[in-house]
Design a protein around this ligand. Structure first.
Ligand code: SF4
Length: 373
Protein backbone atom coordinates (compact mmCIF):
# COMPACT_ATOMS: atom_id res chain seq x y z
CA UNK A 1 0.00 0.00 0.00
CA UNK A 2 1.57 3.29 -1.08
CA UNK A 3 0.73 6.60 0.51
CA UNK A 4 1.02 10.16 -0.68
CA UNK A 5 2.90 11.01 2.52
CA UNK A 6 5.32 8.08 2.70
CA UNK A 7 7.49 7.93 5.83
CA UNK A 8 10.46 6.85 3.68
CA UNK A 9 10.44 10.23 1.91
CA UNK A 10 9.36 12.27 4.95
CA UNK A 11 12.74 14.00 5.33
CA UNK A 12 11.97 15.57 1.93
CA UNK A 13 8.30 16.52 2.23
CA UNK A 14 8.74 17.75 5.81
CA UNK A 15 11.25 20.30 4.45
CA UNK A 16 9.98 20.97 0.95
CA UNK A 17 6.18 20.81 1.16
CA UNK A 18 5.67 21.66 -2.49
CA UNK A 19 7.62 18.61 -3.73
CA UNK A 20 4.53 16.38 -3.42
CA UNK A 21 2.48 18.72 -5.62
CA UNK A 22 5.33 18.81 -8.14
CA UNK A 23 5.37 14.99 -8.23
CA UNK A 24 1.62 15.00 -8.75
CA UNK A 25 1.91 17.58 -11.54
CA UNK A 26 4.41 15.31 -13.27
CA UNK A 27 2.05 12.35 -12.74
CA UNK A 28 4.53 10.29 -10.76
CA UNK A 29 2.96 7.35 -8.91
CA UNK A 30 3.04 7.29 -5.12
CA UNK A 31 6.37 6.46 -3.65
CA UNK A 32 6.77 2.87 -2.46
CA UNK A 33 8.31 2.04 0.87
CA UNK A 34 11.91 1.11 0.43
CA UNK A 35 12.44 3.40 -2.52
CA UNK A 36 14.69 5.56 -0.46
CA UNK A 37 17.42 2.95 -0.93
CA UNK A 38 20.12 4.89 -2.75
CA UNK A 39 18.05 5.39 -5.80
CA UNK A 40 20.73 6.77 -8.10
CA UNK A 41 19.41 5.25 -11.30
CA UNK A 42 22.12 3.27 -12.96
CA UNK A 43 23.41 5.52 -15.67
CA UNK A 44 24.17 2.65 -17.94
CA UNK A 45 21.13 0.46 -17.59
CA UNK A 46 18.60 3.16 -16.79
CA UNK A 47 17.21 0.84 -14.14
CA UNK A 48 17.46 1.05 -10.38
CA UNK A 49 19.53 -1.91 -9.22
CA UNK A 50 20.03 -0.41 -5.73
CA UNK A 51 16.31 -0.37 -4.95
CA UNK A 52 15.96 -3.90 -6.37
CA UNK A 53 18.81 -5.13 -4.20
CA UNK A 54 17.28 -3.42 -1.16
CA UNK A 55 13.91 -5.07 -1.79
CA UNK A 56 15.55 -8.50 -2.07
CA UNK A 57 17.53 -7.97 1.14
CA UNK A 58 14.37 -6.89 2.99
CA UNK A 59 12.45 -9.94 1.73
CA UNK A 60 15.27 -12.21 2.90
CA UNK A 61 15.38 -10.56 6.34
CA UNK A 62 11.62 -10.82 6.75
CA UNK A 63 11.66 -14.49 5.72
CA UNK A 64 14.30 -15.29 8.38
CA UNK A 65 12.51 -13.42 11.15
CA UNK A 66 9.07 -14.77 10.29
CA UNK A 67 10.25 -18.37 10.00
CA UNK A 68 12.91 -18.42 12.72
CA UNK A 69 15.62 -19.28 10.18
CA UNK A 70 19.03 -17.94 9.18
CA UNK A 71 19.96 -16.49 5.80
CA UNK A 72 22.06 -19.57 4.99
CA UNK A 73 18.88 -21.65 5.04
CA UNK A 74 17.16 -19.70 2.29
CA UNK A 75 17.26 -21.02 -1.32
CA UNK A 76 19.51 -19.17 -3.80
CA UNK A 77 16.77 -17.00 -5.25
CA UNK A 78 13.66 -15.19 -4.14
CA UNK A 79 10.71 -14.23 -6.33
CA UNK A 80 9.67 -10.60 -6.07
CA UNK A 81 6.75 -9.33 -8.16
CA UNK A 82 7.10 -12.40 -10.38
CA UNK A 83 10.82 -11.86 -11.03
CA UNK A 84 13.51 -14.13 -9.62
CA UNK A 85 16.19 -12.24 -7.68
CA UNK A 86 19.46 -13.91 -6.76
CA UNK A 87 20.66 -13.97 -3.18
CA UNK A 88 24.41 -13.50 -3.09
CA UNK A 89 26.79 -14.69 -0.38
CA UNK A 90 27.46 -11.06 0.51
CA UNK A 91 23.73 -10.45 0.96
CA UNK A 92 23.35 -13.50 3.18
CA UNK A 93 26.17 -12.24 5.38
CA UNK A 94 24.89 -8.67 5.68
CA UNK A 95 21.23 -9.53 6.19
CA UNK A 96 22.20 -12.06 8.89
CA UNK A 97 23.74 -9.14 10.84
CA UNK A 98 20.35 -7.42 10.72
CA UNK A 99 18.47 -10.59 11.67
CA UNK A 100 20.81 -11.27 14.62
CA UNK A 101 20.48 -7.70 15.85
CA UNK A 102 16.67 -7.74 15.73
CA UNK A 103 16.64 -11.08 17.57
CA UNK A 104 18.84 -9.53 20.26
CA UNK A 105 16.08 -6.97 20.95
CA UNK A 106 13.40 -9.60 21.48
CA UNK A 107 12.70 -10.65 25.08
CA UNK A 108 10.33 -13.47 26.15
CA UNK A 109 7.60 -10.84 26.81
CA UNK A 110 8.16 -8.89 23.56
CA UNK A 111 5.32 -8.53 21.13
CA UNK A 112 7.34 -8.66 17.90
CA UNK A 113 5.91 -7.55 14.56
CA UNK A 114 7.61 -7.73 11.19
CA UNK A 115 6.62 -5.62 8.17
CA UNK A 116 4.04 -3.89 10.33
CA UNK A 117 1.79 -1.64 8.31
CA UNK A 118 0.14 1.29 9.98
CA UNK A 119 -1.69 4.37 8.85
CA UNK A 120 -1.68 7.58 10.88
CA UNK A 121 -5.22 8.50 9.90
CA UNK A 122 -5.80 10.84 12.84
CA UNK A 123 -3.22 13.08 11.14
CA UNK A 124 -4.00 12.33 7.49
CA UNK A 125 -5.55 9.31 5.79
CA UNK A 126 -2.66 9.34 3.31
CA UNK A 127 0.11 9.17 5.89
CA UNK A 128 1.29 5.64 6.51
CA UNK A 129 3.80 2.94 5.76
CA UNK A 130 5.38 -0.35 6.75
CA UNK A 131 8.05 -0.66 9.44
CA UNK A 132 10.56 -3.52 9.10
CA UNK A 133 10.45 -4.35 12.80
CA UNK A 134 8.24 -3.17 15.64
CA UNK A 135 8.69 -4.59 19.12
CA UNK A 136 6.77 -3.79 22.28
CA UNK A 137 8.35 -4.90 25.54
CA UNK A 138 6.41 -3.55 28.51
CA UNK A 139 6.36 0.22 28.05
CA UNK A 140 9.28 0.24 25.59
CA UNK A 141 8.71 0.55 21.87
CA UNK A 142 11.51 -0.53 19.51
CA UNK A 143 11.43 0.39 15.83
CA UNK A 144 14.04 -1.29 13.64
CA UNK A 145 14.86 -0.62 10.02
CA UNK A 146 17.23 -2.34 7.61
CA UNK A 147 19.04 -0.05 5.19
CA UNK A 148 20.84 -2.02 2.54
CA UNK A 149 22.56 0.94 0.83
CA UNK A 150 26.32 1.15 0.91
CA UNK A 151 27.07 4.75 -0.05
CA UNK A 152 24.84 6.97 2.03
CA UNK A 153 25.03 6.47 5.80
CA UNK A 154 21.71 6.89 7.59
CA UNK A 155 21.46 7.76 11.27
CA UNK A 156 18.72 6.86 13.73
CA UNK A 157 19.07 10.28 15.40
CA UNK A 158 15.99 12.34 14.57
CA UNK A 159 15.22 9.91 11.77
CA UNK A 160 11.85 11.12 10.53
CA UNK A 161 10.97 7.83 8.83
CA UNK A 162 11.32 5.82 12.03
CA UNK A 163 9.77 8.59 14.13
CA UNK A 164 6.69 8.36 11.90
CA UNK A 165 6.44 4.58 12.40
CA UNK A 166 6.82 5.10 16.16
CA UNK A 167 4.12 7.76 16.13
CA UNK A 168 1.89 5.31 14.25
CA UNK A 169 2.26 2.79 17.10
CA UNK A 170 1.67 5.36 19.83
CA UNK A 171 -1.45 6.56 18.06
CA UNK A 172 -3.59 9.49 19.04
CA UNK A 173 -3.92 8.53 22.72
CA UNK A 174 -1.09 6.04 23.40
CA UNK A 175 -3.36 3.09 24.34
CA UNK A 176 -0.32 0.80 24.81
CA UNK A 177 1.11 3.08 27.51
CA UNK A 178 4.48 3.47 25.75
CA UNK A 179 7.00 5.54 27.72
CA UNK A 180 10.34 4.90 26.05
CA UNK A 181 10.98 4.74 22.31
CA UNK A 182 14.15 3.36 20.72
CA UNK A 183 14.90 3.72 17.04
CA UNK A 184 17.42 1.39 15.38
CA UNK A 185 18.95 1.69 11.92
CA UNK A 186 20.87 -1.37 10.80
CA UNK A 187 23.02 -0.60 7.78
CA UNK A 188 25.38 -3.59 7.68
CA UNK A 189 27.19 -2.67 4.46
CA UNK A 190 28.39 0.59 6.00
CA UNK A 191 28.69 -0.21 9.69
CA UNK A 192 28.14 -3.54 11.45
CA UNK A 193 27.22 -1.53 14.57
CA UNK A 194 23.63 -0.23 14.34
CA UNK A 195 22.75 3.41 14.89
CA UNK A 196 20.43 3.69 17.92
CA UNK A 197 18.53 6.69 19.25
CA UNK A 198 16.29 6.90 22.28
CA UNK A 199 13.44 9.35 22.43
CA UNK A 200 10.25 9.98 24.38
CA UNK A 201 6.55 10.17 23.67
CA UNK A 202 6.66 13.93 24.42
CA UNK A 203 9.34 14.47 21.78
CA UNK A 204 7.28 12.47 19.31
CA UNK A 205 4.27 14.65 20.04
CA UNK A 206 6.36 17.70 19.06
CA UNK A 207 7.33 15.88 15.88
CA UNK A 208 3.63 15.17 15.28
CA UNK A 209 2.99 18.94 15.21
CA UNK A 210 5.71 19.35 12.59
CA UNK A 211 4.17 16.57 10.49
CA UNK A 212 0.70 18.13 10.72
CA UNK A 213 2.04 21.54 9.66
CA UNK A 214 3.94 20.09 6.69
CA UNK A 215 0.95 18.05 5.49
CA UNK A 216 -1.35 21.05 5.80
CA UNK A 217 1.01 23.13 3.66
CA UNK A 218 1.47 20.32 1.12
CA UNK A 219 -2.30 19.81 0.88
CA UNK A 220 -2.79 23.51 0.15
CA UNK A 221 -0.52 23.23 -2.89
CA UNK A 222 -2.29 20.02 -3.95
CA UNK A 223 -5.77 21.49 -3.55
CA UNK A 224 -4.91 24.62 -5.52
CA UNK A 225 -3.72 22.40 -8.35
CA UNK A 226 -1.09 24.98 -9.38
CA UNK A 227 2.53 25.14 -8.45
CA UNK A 228 3.92 28.23 -6.75
CA UNK A 229 6.10 30.45 -8.90
CA UNK A 230 7.98 31.80 -5.88
CA UNK A 231 11.37 30.13 -5.75
CA UNK A 232 11.43 30.24 -1.95
CA UNK A 233 8.47 27.82 -1.80
CA UNK A 234 10.93 25.16 -2.98
CA UNK A 235 13.28 24.31 -0.13
CA UNK A 236 16.74 23.22 -1.20
CA UNK A 237 18.77 20.86 0.97
CA UNK A 238 20.41 17.45 1.19
CA UNK A 239 16.93 15.93 0.82
CA UNK A 240 16.85 17.17 -2.81
CA UNK A 241 19.33 14.42 -3.65
CA UNK A 242 16.52 11.92 -3.00
CA UNK A 243 13.78 13.91 -4.70
CA UNK A 244 12.28 12.14 -7.69
CA UNK A 245 11.47 15.43 -9.41
CA UNK A 246 14.91 16.97 -9.04
CA UNK A 247 15.48 17.00 -12.83
CA UNK A 248 12.35 19.14 -13.26
CA UNK A 249 12.90 21.40 -10.26
CA UNK A 250 13.55 24.97 -11.36
CA UNK A 251 15.02 25.84 -7.97
CA UNK A 252 17.78 23.23 -8.27
CA UNK A 253 18.29 24.10 -11.96
CA UNK A 254 18.69 27.80 -11.16
CA UNK A 255 21.03 27.10 -8.24
CA UNK A 256 23.14 24.78 -10.37
CA UNK A 257 23.43 27.36 -13.15
CA UNK A 258 24.38 30.09 -10.67
CA UNK A 259 26.96 27.86 -8.98
CA UNK A 260 28.51 27.00 -12.36
CA UNK A 261 28.69 30.71 -13.27
CA UNK A 262 30.31 31.53 -9.93
CA UNK A 263 32.81 28.77 -10.51
CA UNK A 264 33.82 30.43 -13.78
CA UNK A 265 34.08 33.86 -12.19
CA UNK A 266 36.03 32.62 -9.17
CA UNK A 267 39.17 34.72 -8.77
CA UNK A 268 40.48 33.91 -5.33
CA UNK A 269 40.93 30.83 -3.23
CA UNK A 270 37.69 29.99 -1.40
CA UNK A 271 37.77 29.56 2.35
CA UNK A 272 37.19 26.16 3.93
CA UNK A 273 33.61 26.93 5.05
CA UNK A 274 32.61 27.87 1.51
CA UNK A 275 34.39 24.78 0.21
CA UNK A 276 32.47 22.52 2.64
CA UNK A 277 29.16 24.14 1.70
CA UNK A 278 29.91 23.76 -2.00
CA UNK A 279 30.80 20.09 -1.52
CA UNK A 280 27.46 19.49 0.19
CA UNK A 281 25.67 21.13 -2.71
CA UNK A 282 27.81 19.27 -5.22
CA UNK A 283 26.47 15.97 -3.82
CA UNK A 284 22.94 17.09 -4.63
CA UNK A 285 23.96 18.45 -8.03
CA UNK A 286 25.62 15.13 -8.87
CA UNK A 287 22.24 13.43 -8.46
CA UNK A 288 20.62 16.25 -10.42
CA UNK A 289 22.92 15.49 -13.37
CA UNK A 290 22.22 11.75 -13.13
CA UNK A 291 18.47 12.40 -13.19
CA UNK A 292 18.85 14.77 -16.17
CA UNK A 293 20.66 12.01 -18.06
CA UNK A 294 18.02 9.44 -17.13
CA UNK A 295 15.33 11.85 -18.34
CA UNK A 296 17.14 12.48 -21.64
CA UNK A 297 17.59 8.73 -22.21
CA UNK A 298 13.91 8.04 -21.57
CA UNK A 299 12.89 10.74 -24.07
CA UNK A 300 15.26 9.46 -26.74
CA UNK A 301 14.01 5.90 -26.18
CA UNK A 302 10.46 7.18 -26.69
CA UNK A 303 11.50 8.64 -30.07
CA UNK A 304 11.65 12.28 -28.93
CA UNK A 305 14.66 14.42 -29.76
CA UNK A 306 17.16 15.99 -27.40
CA UNK A 307 19.27 18.26 -29.64
CA UNK A 308 22.94 17.30 -29.64
CA UNK A 309 22.41 13.95 -27.85
CA UNK A 310 21.86 10.36 -28.99
CA UNK A 311 21.81 6.83 -27.59
CA UNK A 312 24.55 4.30 -28.22
CA UNK A 313 24.10 0.56 -27.66
CA UNK A 314 27.10 -0.95 -25.86
CA UNK A 315 28.00 -4.07 -23.89
CA UNK A 316 30.11 -4.56 -20.82
CA UNK A 317 31.49 -7.67 -19.21
CA UNK A 318 29.63 -8.77 -16.12
CA UNK A 319 29.18 -11.89 -14.00
CA UNK A 320 26.51 -14.40 -14.92
CA UNK A 321 26.10 -15.32 -11.25
CA UNK A 322 27.95 -13.71 -8.34
CA UNK A 323 27.39 -16.82 -6.21
CA UNK A 324 29.20 -18.95 -8.81
CA UNK A 325 32.14 -16.51 -8.77
CA UNK A 326 32.48 -16.79 -4.99
CA UNK A 327 32.41 -20.60 -5.23
CA UNK A 328 34.95 -20.68 -8.10
CA UNK A 329 37.29 -18.34 -6.19
CA UNK A 330 37.06 -20.50 -3.07
CA UNK A 331 37.72 -23.68 -5.04
CA UNK A 332 40.76 -22.16 -6.78
CA UNK A 333 42.09 -20.73 -3.49
CA UNK A 334 41.79 -17.12 -4.68
CA UNK A 335 41.05 -14.63 -1.92
CA UNK A 336 38.28 -12.20 -2.89
CA UNK A 337 37.06 -9.86 -0.16
CA UNK A 338 34.52 -7.86 -2.15
CA UNK A 339 33.32 -8.88 -5.55
CA UNK A 340 35.03 -6.80 -8.24
CA UNK A 341 33.92 -6.58 -11.87
CA UNK A 342 35.45 -9.14 -14.30
CA UNK A 343 37.81 -6.42 -15.61
CA UNK A 344 39.07 -5.50 -12.12
CA UNK A 345 39.39 -9.10 -10.97
CA UNK A 346 41.28 -10.14 -14.12
CA UNK A 347 43.65 -7.21 -13.62
CA UNK A 348 44.25 -8.25 -10.00
CA UNK A 349 44.99 -11.93 -10.63
CA UNK A 350 46.28 -11.73 -14.21
CA UNK A 351 44.25 -12.20 -17.39
CA UNK A 352 45.44 -15.76 -18.09
CA UNK A 353 44.48 -17.00 -14.61
CA UNK A 354 41.29 -14.95 -14.72
CA UNK A 355 40.15 -16.65 -17.92
CA UNK A 356 41.08 -20.11 -16.62
CA UNK A 357 39.11 -19.80 -13.38
CA UNK A 358 36.31 -17.38 -14.21
CA UNK A 359 36.13 -17.24 -18.03
CA UNK A 360 32.92 -19.30 -18.24
CA UNK A 361 31.22 -17.11 -15.67
CA UNK A 362 31.51 -13.89 -17.69
CA UNK A 363 28.77 -12.60 -19.91
CA UNK A 364 28.34 -9.49 -22.10
CA UNK A 365 25.63 -7.32 -20.57
CA UNK A 366 24.06 -4.81 -22.97
CA UNK A 367 23.50 -1.22 -21.89
CA UNK A 368 22.60 2.06 -23.49
CA UNK A 369 24.87 5.11 -23.20
CA UNK A 370 23.93 8.74 -23.67
CA UNK A 371 26.42 10.36 -26.05
CA UNK A 372 26.93 13.85 -27.36
CA UNK A 373 26.82 14.06 -31.15
S1 SF4 B 1 14.41 19.07 -5.78
FE1 SF4 B 1 14.42 19.91 -3.71
S2 SF4 B 1 13.63 21.98 -3.89
FE2 SF4 B 1 13.05 20.85 -5.74
S3 SF4 B 1 11.02 20.03 -5.35
FE3 SF4 B 1 12.48 18.45 -4.82
S4 SF4 B 1 12.85 18.72 -2.63
FE4 SF4 B 1 11.91 20.62 -3.38
Amino acid sequence: MHHLFAPSSSNRWLECHVSIALERALSLPFEGEGEDEEDDCDQETGGNPFAQEGTTAHALGEWCLQHGKNTSQHPNAITIKGVQQLITTEMRYNVQLYVDYIRSLIQPNTQAMYEKYNVLDWIDSDLGGTGDYIGITGDVLDVGDLKYGQFHAVTAINNTQLMTYALGMIGKSNPLGIKKVRLHIIQPRINPVPSVWETTVDELRLFEQRVKKAIKAARQYLDKGTLPLRQNAYVFGEHCGFCRVIADCKKVGTMYDKESEMEMMKLEKMNEKVLAKRLQRAKVFKRYIVKLEVDAKARLKDGETVPGFALEHCARRDWKSEGAVWSAAKKAGIKVSTLASPKELFEQIGHKRGHEVFGKLVTAKPFIKLIQV
